[in-house]
Design a protein around this ligand. Structure first.
Ligand SMILES: NC(=O)c1ccc[n+]([C@@H]2O[C@H](COP(=O)([O-])OP(=O)(O)OC[C@H]3O[C@@H](n4cnc5c(N)ncnc54)[C@H](O)[C@@H]3O)[C@@H](O)[C@H]2O)c1
Length: 312
């Protein structure tokens, strides 16, 4: 098995939103990238994506030998994975699609290659079942866009070898990501479950008339969201307890939080509720395109990421 610090060649299977971004990040680390996607237009998409992402990745620091052109587009997944030390799979989020792809590459993978799936929430035990290479399969779930956001959730399935998990954690850390090991399989892994829990309350607030979509968003982006980039919810509340830390915070707020939790409920995503959310977001966007909104987000995100990278 190639040492995680010696990986030179990686394959990216599925080159849409997530695959193209991963390809960019691997290139910025000085690696050679073999890309496969069933859409022939995906080659142009990757070229454009990498060119647009290159300045941001340069700001975050890249390998001295990194080249935006060190990638090849293949017409079959078997050919794309043949020489790869590591494979990042980014096919559409449907179990049969992932399993069909794994069936095609199972025997084409190098016998020591590791494969990580970007799946947002599928269960690895179900994805890997029946494949020879299953012990070398794990989830390596990034956040959009993977070339900027550091978090990668590593999850093993029933047949994943412990060495595969350790290898993935070392590899992602080596390429400048922030991997965490999710110790059990759960639909949505961990971070998406946390996002879903918050969004459940955000949707509930809108459909019960507590606040507008825009005000709910401000409640996070101008409030706790700012602190969450520095530290997570537990450590944030440790500070919320003042000198007494989490002990004092729990003493004071334990019954309060329990009483709030008791009032929370799960909204439905009915057509009417969806319409309210869509109209609210449109009003909040005030005509700005997705590209303009992304640029606004990145103007804040990039300096923040530079700061985090400088602090190690
Ligand atoms: N979009 C996100 O925010 C996000 C974040 C983290 C993880 N993910 C995960 O990444 C994966 C890809 O999602 P995406 O958002 O990039 O989707 P996407 O629709 O943007 O891209 C999917 C790509 O896969 C290609 N494709 C179609 N059939 C395929 C097949 N049989 N095998 C391989 N590729 C095929 C498509 O041509 C397309 O280019 C999913 O598992 C998703 O859950 C998505």
């Amino acid at each position: 098995m190639t040492q995680p610090t010696d990986v030179k060649r990686v394959a990216v299977l599925g080159a849409g939103t997530i695959g193209a971004s991963w390809a960019g990040w691997f290139l910025s680390r000085g690696m050679t990238v073999d890309v496969w996607d069933p859409r022939p237009e995906a080659a142009d998409y990757v070229r454009r994506y990498v060119a647009e992402a290159w300045p941001a990745m340069s700001r975050l620091g890249m390998a001295a030998d990194a080249s935006p052109n060190a990638w090849h587009f293949h017409t079959a997944p078997e050919a794309a994975v043949a020489a790869a030390d590591f494979v990042q799979e980014n096919a559409p989020e449907r179990l049969p699609v992932k399993r069909d792809l794994f069936a095609r590459i199972d025997k084409a993978l190098r016998p020591d290659a590791i494969l990580a799936s970007s799946t947002s929430g599928l269960i690895m035990s179900e994805m890997q079942d029946g494949f020879e290479s299953a012990p070398r399969f794990a989830v390596g779930h990034p956040f959009n866009p993977p070339h900027l956001i550091p978090l990668v959730e590593v999850v093993g399935g029933r047949q994943t070898a412990a060495e595969t998990i350790a290898w993935c954690i070392d590899f992602y850390r080596h390429i400048g990501k922030k991997p965490i090991h999710i110790r059990k399989e759960a639909a949505g892994h961990l971070a998406n479950r946390l996002q879903a829990a918050l969004w459940r309350e955000a949707v509930s607030a809108v459909v019960t008339g507590l606040a507008s979509v825009e005000d709910v968003d401000t409640a996070i982006s101008a409030g706790p969201g700012l602190r969450w980039a520095a530290m997570g919810p537990h450590m944030t509340f440790h500070l919320g307890g003042g000198e007494g830390g989490m002990d004092h915070m729990l003493q004071q707020f334990r019954p309060v939080f329990e009483s709030w939790w008791a009032t929370m409920s799960t909204p439905t995503l009915s057509d009417e509720n969806c319409r309210q959310i869509i109209e609210g977001v449109r009003a909040e966007a005030q005509g700005r395109s997705i590209a303009e909104l992304s640029a606004e987000r990145d103007a804040i995100l990039l300096p923040l990421l530079e700061l985090v990278a400088r602090r190690g």
